[in-house]
Design a protein around this ligand. Structure first.
Ligand SMILES: [Zn+2]
Length: 77
């Protein structure tokens, strides 16, 4: 795969598992252990298109919910 970070321009990356929150129609979804591509220089995280598809599949299946958490919400400004 040809990688070029759109944040810092680095072409070096590593792969890892990350947790990420997705907001869909005002509802927050925390998805854990997503395989991601992580920029070596700035740590910006990217998902392959097929990973995005899988994430949206998962989020739309209520039976796959593992846990529900409470979260504190802040506004910076
Ligand atoms: Zn970068």
């Amino acid at each position: 795969m040809k990688f070029r970070c759109h944040n810092c321009g680095s072409t070096q990356y590593h792969e890892g598992m990350i947790n990420n929150v997705f907001e869909i129609e005002g509802q927050l979804h925390l998805v854990k252990n997503i395989p991601a591509i992580i920029c070596d220089r700035c740590e910006e995280k990217f998902f392959k298109p097929e990973i995005y598809e899988k994430i949206y599949d998962i989020i739309h299946k209520k039976e796959l919910i593992k846990a529900t958490v409470e979260a504190d919400v802040y506004e910076f400004a």
